[in-house]
Ligand binder design. Structure first.
Ligand code: GLU
Length: 449
């Protein structure tokens, strides 16, 4: 064993998708290993044959990969039965454990032979890096079962054997495992093996301080992935669930986290999950992306019905990126704004009732038609290389002031979008460009006539 090498592990049971709490434990283990030039191991704890499923293992491994938590080794407990057997036999031989014939808890009337650890019945004490000294009286644990048969170890035994064989130096895991630690220490002592260091991290709690539940916020990483969160944003956010850098900095890329992370700054109290804050992080990461990347992502997330519109083209999409960016936190928000009808008018002529072209206080559609015609004139006089929202505004503004802003700008905007709410008419005009804008304004005039 190479003394002093830092080796950490994440040890998920594949009985569900990758949970946000497991992802955070994995991140802390990963960061601690990487900053110490150590190793980070993934160990799939699939000894429970009933509850373990391949699809969950796949989800967990894909999720960790997506988050960028690359590992140095991957193990499956189900492939290591022989290893555990050796240790169980050792315990039986040196009298630290014994076989016990008893009634099966699952099948009534059936006799089974389990392996029980001989509990020395004494106080166990350990120093937790986060929580300090923790003491347990193990008497109440009795001679607990460590294997169903010699070939079928239970969780505690498998964990202890693996942590030893894999030379794990630090066990960083959720504080729900604190109560498991005394049992695991008793097994270590019975096997006369070294004790790793422990750091139990606070749980992630829902805003009402209850357990993160399925009904409230999403708990699995794959759900966040499907919703269109950026992995770096999610990593940044979960790093701060329970850990803080000791400064006001909040934005940390992975390499910065590797530099800054430390176990000492992990808090003891529960970490409250705040979806608004996560959304804020995601937005910050979108802002940091290049125009090209944003375009690629927006296009990927545009629903088919938009992409199939006759007037869809990349050029318009590129022009409305600032408008879309303003309204999204995550990529799936694009679907939301599409459903609200806020994107399709860029790619097809809007349908609307003619009377809606009238501003609140106006009654005469003929005046609307006159104003729209005037606007067309102004637009035609702007040269193509100056066709931007500032110039468009400049050319129309005086006229709008004179005739009444509402009477001029409302019908202009409505003719372009067919919506009560949309970006201002100058931005719309710039995005739609001269030809399309003028065609829509003509359409409105024709409708009035
Ligand atoms: N397999 C355990 C779980 O998924 C973790 C064991 C450990 O970290 O020691 O909760």
């Amino acid at each position: 064993m190479k003394k002093n090498q830092i080796i950490t592990r994440i040890a998920p049971s594949p009985s569900g998708n990758l949970h946000i709490g497991t992802a955070r434990s994995a991140l802390f283990n990963y960061l601690f290993a990487r900053q110490n030039n150590g190793k980070f191991i993934i160990r799939i704890e699939d000894t429970d044959k009933q509850r373990s499923k391949k699809e969950f293992e796949d989800d967990i491994l894909e999720g960790l990969k997506w988050l960028g938590l690359d590992n140095d080794n991957l193990y499956r407990q189900s492939e290591r039965t022989d290893v555990y057997k050796k240790y169980i036999e050792k315990l039986l031989k040196n009298g630290k454990a014994y076989l016990s014939k008893e009634e099966s808890k699952i099948e009534t009337g059936k006799q089974v032979e389990v392996v029980r650890l001989k509990n020395p019945n004494r106080k166990v004490e350990f120093d937790d890096i986060i929580r300090g000294k923790i003491e347990f009286d193990t008497t109440e644990l009795g001679d607990f079962v460590i294997a169903k048969t010699i070939n079928d170890p239970l969780y505690h035994l498998a964990v202890v054997v693996d942590d030893y064989e894999m030379e794990i130096s630090h066990i960083i895991r959720g504080e729900d495992h604190i109560s498991n630690t005394p049992r695991q220490i008793l097994i270590q002592e019975a096997l006369e093996i070294d004790r790793p260091k422990y750091a139990h991290i606070p749980l992630i709690l829902a805003p009402n301080r209850s357990k993160m539940s399925k009904r409230g916020n999403a708990t699995s990483i794959s759900e966040y992935r499907q919703k269109g969160y950026i992995s770096d944003a999610l990593i940044n956010y979960i790093a701060l669930l329970g850990w803080n850098p000791g400064t006001n900095n909040e934005l940390f890329a992975m390499n910065k986290l590797v530099e800054e992370f430390n176990l000492e700054n992990i808090q003891k109290g529960g970490a409250i999950f705040d979806i608004e804050k996560l959304n804020w992080f995601n937005r910050e990461y979108i802002k940091k992306m290049s125009e090209e990347e944003i375009f690629k992502n927006i296009k990927q997330n545009l629903p088919e019905n938009i992409l199939n519109m006759s007037e869809y083209n990349d050029k318009i999409l590129k022009k409305i990126i600032p408008i879309i960016k303003e309204r999204i936190n995550i990529w799936s928000d694009i679907l939301k704004i599409t459903k609200e009808g806020d994107l399709d008018y860029y790619f097809k002529q809007p349908k609307y009732e003619t009377k809606n072209l009238l501003w609140k206080t106006d009654t005469d559609l003929n005046i609307v038609a006159k104003n729209l015609l005037k606007i067309i004139n102004f637009l035609e006089n702007i040269s193509d290389n100056k066709f931007n929202s500032d110039e468009i505004k400049k050319s129309i503004w005086d006229f709008a002031e004179k005739e009444g802003r509402g009477s001029v700008l409302w019908p202009m905007r409505y003719a372009l979008s067919g919506k009560d709410k949309s970006p201002d008419p100058f931005k719309l005009t710039e995005a739609l460009e001269k030809k399309e804008t003028i065609s829509r304004l003509h359409n409105a005039i024709n409708k009035i006539a």
